[in-house]
Design a protein. Sequence first.
Length: 74
Amino acid sequence: MPKCKMVSYNPYPTGEPGTPDFIGSWGGRSFLIEVKAPGKKLSPIQRIRRQEWEATGALVLVADNVNIVKEVIK
């Protein structure tokens, strides 16, 4: 049984706009990753979705390079 499961998320046509790009679970902990180009910031709806997910106890990352994700996994 895998310890980590992750899928990419596309909100169209029926999903929820502003939801991070990747949704997963690792060792029983939910996480979401929003991928941004270097220097880009979250949009207002993305900030709202981040707050909603964090309020449930999920870890929400905003990554502009793969090293951020690798560091958190460590």
